[in-house]
Design a protein around this ligand. Structure first.
Ligand code: FNR
Length: 393
């Protein structure tokens, strides 16, 4: 009776909270520091009001659109979240198959517990998948990741720019969070066949070996002052990355590049200058710098900065309702994404649970559109909403 059928994403969250271990729950749910931005990501959506229009024919509304030129059944992407097998053995494969069946893109994290190759194989090579890239101090490692994602049929690189190093998350420090025994960061396992990729350079193999060992040992090195994940990122992530580094990325791949983590018009313009295909407005689920605005509150400035270009804008952070999706579309997002809800679905019932979460969002989006007179996800008018800063009349 306690676990009745979930009727909204909050229900999925409550159930997942009870089932996960303290350490995993802490890792999945936490924001950085005082979680001001975490709360704000939700509250900001609640402050936005809808201005419904009536007596519009909403018998056949259009939820389909395209993302990076690929047809999708609705404007929703699953955000990359690390280590999904901690939620359920289906892990990243479960999320990928649920997305494939729903006809929406899945973004696989660099720090996944299932490799790019295995996720693709488990989907029978079908479905639309993007690869989220963290860049390593050793560019050979980054190069390898990109090449393997390409070979596995991933269709875009989502370069996360908000994580030169890891944000401070209290729960992870308290719990000395590290990857549970039996799981590993699968993208760093030794390749089955001898790889020749980027084998030039004398120190490369040492660095790769270090990354592999850390990945296998659950990131191993944790102390009282930080989690194992924090130690891992400090040691291996490239904190010297600049906008110019995108040139290097473009020199090694033809995949479209999506920059994830943009929060200002200024950075949107720098991204544009690097010729990216899309800008993904995100504050990393409020897990990096606490005190930043809610993503929905900066969406409009980013959209304005990119107006007149073909650069697509996505948004994640606090999307929990169909009406949230509609609000973001009204502000000019081409699509939205979410991270934690997929983890809750996965915890609830593996791949099936993720499918339920996605279907719930689709139903809620459809309902929100019908009740507000929005007929097409590609042309939701700005005046369907009222932002707190808009004049009331
Ligand atoms: C993340 N996020 C993230 N982002 C990324 O680029 N690479 C990653 O490996 C991860 N890992 C990760 C783990 C967990 C547990 C969470 C909650 C988030 C951020 C993620 O892609 C996304 O930006 C947020 O999850 C969006 O906020 P919501 O939908 O969770 O509110």
């Amino acid at each position: 009776a306690e676990e009745s059928v979930p009727v909204n994403l909050d229900d999925f969250e409550r159930i997942a909270d009870k089932r996960l271990t303290k350490a995993v729950h802490g890792y999945y749910s936490s924001g950085a520091n005082d979680e001001v931005s975490l709360r704000e990501n939700r509250v900001a959506f609640e402050r936005i009001r809808l201005r419904p229009r009536f007596l519009i024919d909403v018998d056949n509304i259009q939820l389909q659109t395209s993302i990076l030129g690929y047809n999708v059944s609705m404007p929703l992407i699953v955000s990359p979240t690390a280590m999904q097998k901690m939620a359920h053995p289906d892990g990243e494969t479960g999320v990928a198959i649920a997305c494939k069946e729903m006809g929406i893109p899945m973004t696989l994290s660099t720090l996944a517990t299932t490799s790019v190759t295995d996720v693709s194989a488990n989907c029978g090579g079908e479905g639309l998948r993007f690869f989220q890239l963290y860049t390593f101090r050793d560019r050979g490692i980054t190069y390898d990741l990109v090449k393997r994602a390409e070979a596995a049929g991933f269709k875009a690189l989502v370069l996360t720019v908000d994580t030169p190093t890891l944000g401070r998350r209290n729960a992870d420090i308290r719990n000395q969070f590290s990857l549970p025994t039996g799981l590993s960061l699968a993208n760093f396992e030794a390749p089955k066949a001898k790889s020749t990729l980027g084998s030039e350079g004398t120190n490369l193999s040492d660095a790769r070996e270090a990354v592999r060992i850390a990945a296998k040992q659950g990131m191993a090195d944790h102390s009282d002052s930080r989690s194992a994940l924090s130690a891992y990122t400090t040691k291996f992530f490239d904190a010297s990355l600049t906008w110019d580094s995108i040139k290097w990325l473009k020199s090694i791949t033809n995949l479209p590049i999506v920059v994830k983590g943009v929060m200002t018009a200024e950075d949107a313009i720098l991204a544009k200058e690097q010729g990216v295909a899309a800008v993904w407005v995100s504050n990393h689920g409020a897990r990096q710098l606490d005190g930043v605005d809610a993503t929905i509150d900066v969406l409009e400035e980013v959209v304005d900065a990119l107006r007149g270009t073909s650069i697509e804008v996505y948004l994640d952070g606090g999307i929990r309702r169909g009406t949230d999706i509609l609000k973001a579309l009204a502000l000019g997002a081409r699509a939205v994404a979410f991270g934690r809800p997929a983890l809750w679905g996965l915890t609830y019932n593996g791949k099936e649970g993720v499918s339920q979460v996605l279907q719930m969002m689709k139903d809620e989006l459809s309902l929100a559109m019908k009740l507000s007179g929005a007929t097409n996800v590609s042309s939701v008018p700005r005046d369907l909403i009222r932002m707190p800063y808009d004049a009331p009349y």
